[in-house]
Design a protein around this ligand. Structure first.
Ligand code: TXA
Ligand code: MG
Length: 353
């Protein structure tokens, strides 16, 4: 079933969302918009329903799902209440609803074991999107929802992306138009009073530091030794977002040198018979010659880069581009999440000039 909730009056929209909620209650999967990316939802308490998510996406079963709720009053039935500290509460007050997933000790038996992939913790968030919130309120169940893409593809920021990946494999799609942030939520976990960013995302480390001025926030990818001792998001080990073509990133202090290197590589690739692409920003589209040059947002407004990134990666595939050179961004603020996704898309192929 396809519901377009961009059009129509309040009553019509409420009816459509009620139908989508009913499908979820019956154990079906429904894709819905959030402020980050589209999610593929299912009743997190129903193992059969959650199974549908994994099969529709082709997702590895050791990768746990984020649970979406409508309000903090639902927490008590999902997590061990005495583990919620004042610092957790500060994050919730500051960033919920919003693109922050907090990993907490799960209340045994409250969710399908598939949701947590065998961990004793669960990642929870309240999405900041009117359609998602209305759906979650209506369904009145915790909803497990990974991004609504086939496993390995860029996350969907439009309902058409969901259709391209999952049409015929899911119960329904609620089309609420383009999502806002464009990259997924930030996933965090407290360990011994320090905060670990397991996945950078829509809420930046800088924003959290303002709310928790005395807390040590770990943002960098851990070294191998650290990785065995610090918490990790199981999903972070998978190749993700990768376009079908070869992609790599060129970075450096001197933007002229970066552009010169990219153009030389593109010209050589073209001579080999590749179809070539450049991923750059509005300020620099005219700097390059290639088969497809995509301006992904503006360097002056990094939020716009995050918003457009996944659609751009999909466009390279649609246009059959086999060789893609991408410019990097400074890894501060939202740039941390952007660089994390770019590096994954490029299989960590990175050149410094
Ligand atoms: O913005 C988002 O977070 C989107 C929207 C739909 O809400 N959802 C999303 O879900 O990105 P997904 O499944 O694509 O990514 C979930 C990430 C994975 O990297 C997973 O390993 C991690 O969160 N994760 C989930 N539960 C965890 C847990 N208990 N401990 C550590 N990492 C966890
Ligand atoms: Mg995902």
């Amino acid at each position: 079933t396809y519901w377009n909730v961009k059009l129509g009056g309040e009553t019509a929209i409420a009816q459509q969302i009620a139908q989508a909620a009913q499908l979820l209650q019956q154990g079906e999967t429904v894709a819905f918009p959030t402020e980050t990316v589209y999610g593929l939802g299912a009743d997190a308490t129903n193992t059969k329903a959650v199974e549908h998510i994994f099969t529709a996406k082709g997702r590895p079963s050791d990768n746990p799902l984020i649970v979406h709720i409508a309000g903090t009053e639902q927490l008590a039935s999902l997590v061990q209440a005495d583990c919620i500290t004042p610092d957790h509460q500060k994050l919730m007050a500051a960033f919920w609803p919003g693109p922050l997933t907090i990993v907490l000790p799960v209340l045994a038996g409250s969710l399908s074991p598939l949701v947590t992939a065998g961990l004793n913790t669960v990642g929870i968030r309240i999405p900041d999107h009117p359609v998602a919130l209305q759906l979650l309120r209506e369904v009145n169940l915790p909803i497990a929802a990974p991004s609504a893409n086939s496993s390995g593809r860029p996350s969907p920021t439009l309902a058409s992306h969901v259709r391209d990946d999952l049409d015929g494999r899911i119960g329904g799609i609620v089309d609420g138009g383009a999502t806002g942030v464009g990259v997924e939520s930030t996933v965090v976990q407290f360990v011994d009073g320090e905060l670990f960013v397991l996945r950078p995302g829509g809420v930046t480390a800088e924003q959290m530091q303002v709310i928790l001025p005395d807390i040590c926030i770990h943002t960098s990818e851990p070294t191998e030794v650290e990785a065995s001792q610090t918490p990790r998001a199981p999903g972070m080990k998978y190749t993700h977002y990768a376009p079908k073509g070869t992609m790599y990133i060129v970075q450096g202090e001197d933007e002229q040198a970066v552009a010169a290197r990219i153009q030389a590589d593109i010209d050589a690739a073209k001579a080999r018979g590749e179809s070539t692409g450049v991923l750059t920003f509005e300020e620099r589209v005219n700097w390059y010659r290639a088969d497809l040059i995509l301006a992904c947002g503006s360097l002056a407004q990094p939020d716009t880069i995050a918003r457009e990134l996944y659609a751009a990666l999909r466009t390279f595939d649609e246009r059959g581009i086999s060789y893609i050179a991408a410019e990097g961004v400074p890894a501060t603020g939202i740039g941390q999440a952007i660089m994390n996704r770019l590096l994954k898309a490029a299989g960590h192929e990175q050149i410094r000039v």
